[in-house]
Design a protein around this ligand. Structure first.
Ligand SMILES: O=C(O)C(=O)C[C@]1(C(=O)O)C=C[C@@H](O)C=C1
Length: 98
């Protein structure tokens, strides 16, 4: 049996690894913003796409159900990430005058 102090350290190390993966994945998701802005400009599409956001939110809810995780928290995080992406897309368009 692992003693409580060692077990706590094991868990904390695993949390550190998970936090790194979360940041890496959020950064990777966000890095598409500039390219999306260019593509939407080429395709003459607006930055804001409510239908796509609705679809993402529905997918998040079913994933939360599958993994037994808090859907309100997940929706808050995803909403923040989508808002951030839209801000970056707007900035990318302003920079290129599109
Ligand atoms: O899929 C797009 O069209 C995006 O611009 C990405 C994204 C997102 O962050 O998921 C951002 C803004 C849109 O309103 C919808 C989705």
């Amino acid at each position: 049996m692992t003693n409580p102090k060692d077990r706590l350290n094991i868990i904390r190390n695993r949390i550190n690894e998970i936090d790194e993966q979360l940041i890496k994945l959020m950064a990777e998701r966000t890095q598409f913003a500039g390219e999306i802005a260019n593509l939407k400009s080429e395709l003459n599409m607006p930055i804001n796409d409510e239908e796509r956001e609705h679809h993402i939110k529905e997918t998040i809810k079913s994933l939360c159900n599958k993994y037994d995780f808090d859907s309100n928290l997940s929706l808050e995080i995803l909403t923040l990430l989508m808002e951030h992406s839209k801000e970056l897309q707007k900035k990318a368009c302003e920079k290129k005058n599109i």
